[in-house]
Design a protein around this ligand. Structure first.
Ligand SMILES: Cc1ncc(COP(=O)(O)O)c(C=O)c1O
Length: 423
């Protein structure tokens, strides 16, 4: 049996209708920006394998870090014990987000969000205050566990679970021209003084279709929250680690969140790990002789040393000036390409924040993940050995930082060809 046949026999893939899926490509190796398939194709990973990969695949420096850590300490229970790499990572990450004081470890973006939501609810519970409402943006995506689904947009992805999701107040995304409306919606909601927290994807709403909004309006929204004692949770799972052109999207604003969720690029995309960072204001409300105030949450692999070691190694690479030159180079190339294509009538809008470039196509259907253009775009680029995974009629590039201008140009050329000849 071929790998593909065995895969079909044994595996159920994520976000995939297994009845109609056209093909699942076996990747046997990866190197830099390239995924190498069983039949020898070299495919450009234009989406950094679900937005995780920062420095290119199979990076030797990260490989060495994991290997050395495995030979030293591969895993240890994280209750009652700790280890050097968890401490190093916590200290270094808090150094990048100095308004926060404590790090809680988990396994992925959804759990980082789940932890943040639970911390926010329990923060008020521990003070005997009845604040049980969360505010979130419409069409947000924060993950697939129940809490994360609850604070995400309600759509076909989570419809079977509607009866089990807790109530959330959704406000409009403050895209250009809609800022005032969102501000008013938030102000009205916080009046009731029953809101525990506001959760948001800062500056770029990833899964919603790389929907972007300005730091200025985010700043205003956070100020309203602060003034009304609403905790703020920045979900930087996608935007963290340079994606928006700065270390974190919240670096663009002065009013800082109480909680920050990290994952994806945290380990350079090499190992699963999530972090939830919080301020002492939150942490201190859990300190008590009363056991019921404890944060009773944890996972078997909490603080896994291999993941911590590779995250520290990824931070080493992120701290190199070459990485930031690359981030700037990608952003500049995107800007030039954006200016070149934005007048194409096939495009409704071209958006860019840092290393993320998104093209929203005009179609007769509404903009949505299930837009028919999606499969056509996906296949067109895959045939050219470029992996771009459109969000419906929104095509985006979110490359590993090691991509060269020539390789970026190869993607741009393919996009231009599509714009000129297809649809
Ligand atoms: C902003 C945001 N939050 C949370 C998640 C969930 O992360 P994970 O897929 O690691 O559970 C994602 C994943 O795409 C995300 O983009």
């Amino acid at each position: 049996m071929s790998l593909q046949e065995k895969d079909t026999k044994y595996i159920w893939h994520p976000f995939t209708q297994m009845k109609t899926v056209q093909q699942i490509l076996p990747v046997v190796k990866a190197d830099g920006i390239y995924l190498i398939t069983e039949d020898g194709r070299k495919i450009i990973d234009g989406v950094s394998s679900w937005w995780t990969n920062l420095h290119g695949h199979s990076h030797p420096y990260l490989a060495k870090a994991v290997s050395e850590q495995f030979n030293t300490l591969e895993h240890v229970i994280f209750a009652g014990f700790t280890h050097p790499k968890a401490i190093e990572l916590a200290e270094r990450i808090l150094g990048k987000l100095p308004f926060l004081n404590k790090v809680f470890f988990s396994d992925n973006g959804s759990t980082a969000v789940e932890v943040a939501i639970k911390m926010a609810f329990q923060y008020w519970y521990n003070q005997n205050q009845k604040k049980t409402k969360i505010i979130a943006f419409k069409d947000a995506y924060h993950g697939d566990t129940f809490g994360a689904m609850s604070v995400g947009g309600r759509n076909a992805f989570n419809q079977p679970f509607f009866p089990f999701l807790f109530d959330v107040e959704f406000i409009d995304v403050p895209t250009k021209g809609n800022e005032q409306r969102t501000l008013e919606q938030l102000k009205a909601l916080v009046q009731k003084q029953d809101v525990a927290a506001f959760i948001f994807e800062p500056l770029v709403q990833g899964s919603a279709g790389m929907v972007m909004y300005s730091p200025e309006i985010l700043e205003k929204l956070l100020l309203v929250c602060k003034e009304n004692h609403v905790l703020t949770i920045a979900d930087e799972v996608m935007t963290g680690f340079g994606r928006t052109g700065k270390w974190f999207a919240t670096d663009y604003i002065n009013t800082k969140p109480d909680l920050v969720c990290l994952s994806k690029g945290l380990t350079g995309g090499a190992m699963p790990m999530g972090l939830t960072l919080c301020s002492n204001k939150i942490y201190n409300e859990f300190l008590s002789d009363n056991h019921s105030k404890t944060f009773f949450h944890g996972h078997s692999f909490t603080g896994n040393p291999l993941a911590c070691a590779v995250a520290c190694a990824s931070l080493d690479l992120m701290e190199k000036s070459e990485t930031w030159q690359q981030i700037e180079l990608i952003a500049k190339n995107h800007q030039v390409f954006k200016a070149k294509i934005e007048t194409f009538s096939k495009l409704k809008e071209v958006r860019q924040t840092g290393t993320i470039l998104a093209l929203e196509f005009n179609t007769e259907e509404n903009s949505s993940y299930f837009n028919n253009l999606r499969d056509k775009l996906y296949q067109f680029f895959l045939n050219k050995n470029i992996l771009l995974r459109p969000l419906g009629n929104v095509l985006y590039i979110l490359p590993p930082y090691c991509i060269t201008s020539t390789e970026l140009q190869q993607i741009y050329d393919a996009i231009e060809e599509f714009l000129i000849n297809h649809q």
